[in-house]
Design a protein. Structure first.
Length: 132
């Protein structure tokens, strides 16, 4: 539970069933995910659009579609950099491991958040939440 983009987030992640269900950004979330140590594939619906994402830890990329637009970002967990595009606009973020702050530009908008008890890998797994 919490909030993002000025809207309530209420999600339930069932690791056994490999599902994410609930609501975020004023819309239902109904996703299925397949997890391995090399990649996470996420498919379903969120933000009133289809979501199909591939998070590839070895290639250091997150690719696919979300919010009715292509998404491709590259990331470096060591430096905390996330760059690329989403919703047809630039992504340029920096994550500070010490403070948990992630800031910069996300899909053409300023972005500033503090991750508590999470890290950059958690943010990337749920990147679709931050695209409205």
């Amino acid at each position: 539970k919490g909030g993002v983009n000025g809207a309530e987030v209420d999600l339930f992640i069932d690791h056994e069933a490999r599902t994410v269900k609930g609501g975020a950004n004023g819309s239902p979330v109904d996703l299925v995910f397949w997890w391995s140590t090399e990649r996470i594939i996420t498919r379903g619906g969120a933000n009133l659009s289809q979501v199909e994402l591939l998070l590839d830890w070895n290639a250091k990329t997150l690719t696919g579609t979300a919010n009715n637009a292509p998404l491709r970002v590259s990331f470096d967990l060591e430096t905390g950099r996330v760059t690329g595009y989403a919703k047809n606009a630039q992504v340029d973020l920096t994550y500070d491991k010490v403070s948990g702050r992630i800031s910069g530009g996300l899909a053409g908008r300023p972005f500033d958040a503090t991750l508590t008890n999470l890290d950059l890998s958690d943010f990337l797994q749920h990147f679709y939440l931050f695209l409205k």
